[in-house]
Design a protein around this ligand. Structure first.
Ligand code: PLP
Length: 224
């Protein structure tokens, strides 16, 4: 297994190249190390290598790692979030990437004692296996969130289909960006929507070219 440090170096270079290609500043892109497959030692290695943001998709695993690593890393909850699990993780996480229904928004609002930065998860590709709102439901959904004062919509999140076809991936990321523009045009104080959480191990370069500000990388950074 390669060191996280050497993986990070390669990824950082690829992100820089993708940025250069489209005239973006690499500083705009934050790497989230997705540690869901790996042990705590590997997460610690990532932090040592300079990673600040960690992503987990299960409450149990997040709590286990949090117990050791504490609130030093910036914690991203990136998985499907069951409403009844909210209270277990709400004081531990810095970002939730998987807001996709009103009942979840209500629970986050109720359990939080501060504003929680949330991403609305969008199922751009329409795959049945994927969670998230269909694109046409995203604007009406966000407009319904005004009453939940503990929720701030910082951006949109999507998972692209697991395929190689570059054009399909690109279209997927582009659609999310377009949706972001539409939300920003609403100028809702609780939904600045400045961020785009998109891109994983096999598609982050394309996502960065299309405007990602957070990439969520597991396999090619810390291993599977
Ligand atoms: C697992 C996971 C990732 C990282 O996937 P890799 O292909 O290993 O980089 C990113 N986002 C979400 C939501 C995930 O569940």
């Amino acid at each position: 297994m390669k060191s996280v440090e050497s993986n990070l170096q390669i990824i950082t270079e690829k992100i820089a190249k993708a940025c250069e290609k489209v005239g973006r500043d690499p500083e705009e892109v934050t790497i989230i190390a997705v540690t869901k497959y790996v042990k705590i030692e590997r997460a610690q290695e990532a932090l040592k290598a300079g990673i600040i943001h960690l992503g987990e998709n299960r409450d149990q695993e997040l709590l286990k790692k949090y117990e050791v690593l504490g609130n030093q890393p910036i914690w991203h909850f990136i998985g499907t979030l069951q409403t009844r699990k909210v209270k277990k993780i709400i004081d531990k996480v810095d970002y939730i990437h998987s807001l996709d229904r009103l009942s979840l928004a209500e629970e986050i609002h109720k359990r939080a004692n501060r504003k929680i930065p949330c991403f609305v998860q969008v199922n751009v590709s329409g795959e049945e296996s994927k969670h998230g709102l269909p694109p046409e439901e995203v604007l009406p959904f966000i407009q319904q969130l005004a009453m939940y004062s503990n929720i701030e919509i910082v951006g949109l999140m999507t998972m692209a289909p697991y395929i190689k076809d570059e054009q399909i991936l690109r279209n997927c990321f582009r659609s999310l960006k377009q949706l972001q523009d539409e939300i920003q045009n609403l100028k809702l104080p609780y939904a600045p929507c400045t961020e785009l959480s998109m891109g994983m191990s096999n598609d982050y370069e394309i996502a960065v070219e299309e405007g990602a500000t957070f990439v969520r990388i597991g396999t090619s950074l810390v291993g599977e």
